[in-house]
Design a protein. Structure first.
Ligand SMILES: Cc1cc2nc3c(=O)[nH]c(=O)nc-3n(C[C@H](O)[C@H](O)[C@H](O)COP(=O)(O)O)c2cc1C
Length: 408
């Protein structure tokens, strides 16, 4: 059973008073066949449609119908012990009760005490589904993170046609699998602190003129967004960018390479991953004029000096186990330059991209990159949306955290 789809998953199945309750008997069969342990709770109305004995037999576990029989704290223990809950079929009444936080029976109490995610498969007459009260309850539950599967359109038990038919068993199983996968992803970087740099820097000649590059910050913002989605604490050090701050990220806006270096130095001590996506200026005007340089100042030359190398400036400040990921945006000899940078900057992984290629580099939503590891491995990727590339980079960084370096 180890390879089964729901291997090891402990599930609470709530069954409500609908003619569709019999379908949940098949649902329990499929779930247990595929490795899940299922604990069923039935509403009083549900027991009028299918007997608790039927569910007890197919699940192999006692069925909860009454809060006041059986061990006194069973509802809390069960709600905390399961990985997820599914209510199928979910009646209009039970959706309303849960939206309002009412715990007047075993299922209502279990759902309020639940720690894990909840999927509901509504079943009802089309008029009940369309009623403004049900619409508002569905909105409330969705806003709270409850996942829905169905209802589908088709012939209803009322004899009418419409939306309200409970989703079919395979569809419910797919939705459950997707919800469990989301939960795993959301927890996969819990405990990590990811420090991300993004965008261009600006090196001012005077208050209104600067040296910069066309980086928009999209790649770095995509990395920050994905790390936050996976449960990491994220600090995003951003050069000037119009992009909105991804949910769950702490953003520090900076202008110059020196500001960015200061921000990275201030936060790297608590980080477990450093992802340097920013296109940092290598040069800055040697003199910054306090006022706008007038055109009658002549055709003069702008003397440049090197900006600080952010990674080099971190020497002695990086915590043990820090995974360092850099980017090499090049216009020629991509892989050779990237490999040299990987070594010189003591990176664990470098994302090499040729910014002259169509669909890669600055100002586009996609990127084509080769990931080069410290171990010399090369992973050449197709053109991908930046969000997808961000996910692959983080997969590699997570693997590096787990294997190459000691976990913190
Ligand atoms: C034959 C029959 C079928 C029913 N089917 C549904 C249904 O599919 N969806 C629904 O919301 N209510 C349905 N009801 C009404 C519910 O059983 C009723 O609202 C009940 O109070 C729901 O209680 P519960 O949410 O605690 O299970 C049906 C009632 C009968 C008599």
């Amino acid at each position: 059973m180890t390879g089964a789809r729901f291997h090891g998953v402990r599930l609470l199945l709530g069954v409500c008073g609908s003619i569709a309750a019999y379908k949940s008997v098949y649902l329990v069969r499929r779930l247990t066949e595929q490795g899940a342990t299922v604990h069923v709770a039935m509403t009083g109305a549900a027991t009028r449609f299918v007997t608790p004995l039927t569910f007890e037999t197919v699940s192999g576990n006692p069925v909860m119908t009454d809060l006041f029989s059986g061990p006194p704290n069973r509802h809390i223990e069960l709600a905390e012990a399961v990985d997820a809950a599914l209510v199928a079929p979910a009646t209009a009444n039970t959706l309303a009760r849960h939206a309002a936080g009412i715990a007047d029976d075993a299922l209502g109490t279990l759902l309020l005490a639940l720690r894990g995610p909840l999927l509901v498969a509504p079943a009802m007459d089309g008029g009940m589904w369309d009623h403004p009260a049900t619409r508002a309850n569905v909105d409330t539950l969705q806003a709270r993170g409850v996942a829905f599967v169905g209802p589908a359109s088709g012939p209803l038990a009322s004899g009418l046609e419409g939306v309200g038919r409970v989703a079919e068993v395979p569809e419910i199983l797919d939705a459950l699998e997707a919800m469990l996968a989301d939960v795993r992803v959301a927890a996969s970087m819990a405990g990590e602190h990811v420090l991300v740099t993004a965008g261009a820097t600006r090196e001012h000649l005077d208050p209104v003129r600067f040296l910069s590059n066309p980086s928009t910050g999209r790649m770095g913002f995509a990395v920050a967004a994905e790390a936050a989605r996976r449960g990491a604490r994220v600090t995003l050090v951003a050069g000037p960018s119009e992009l909105p701050t991804p949910p769950g990220c702490t953003r520090l806006d900076v202008t110059s390479a020196a500001d960015m270096a200061d921000a990275v130095r201030a936060h790297v001590g608590g980080a477990s991953m450093l992802v340097m996506c920013a296109a940092v200026s290598d040069f800055r005007p040697a003199v910054r004029h306090p006022h706008k340089v007038k055109k009658d100042a002549g055709e003069g030359h702008v003397a440049l000096e090197r900006t600080e190398d952010i990674l080099k400036s971190l020497a002695g400040r990086t915590p043990e186990g820090l995974v360092k990921v850099g980017f090499a945006a090049e216009t020629e000899d991509l892989l050779a330059h990237a490999r040299r940078k990987l070594v010189e900057k003591d990176l664990d992984l470098i994302v090499a991209n040729d910014v002259t290629q169509p669909g890669a580099g600055f100002r586009v939503a996609t990127n084509r990159a080769t990931l080069i590891g410290r171990d010399g491995s090369e992973q050449a990727l197709d053109i991908l949306p930046k969000a997808r590339l961000a996910a692959l980079i983080l997969d590699r960084a997570v693997a590096l955290r787990q294997s190459v370096r000691p976990a913190r």
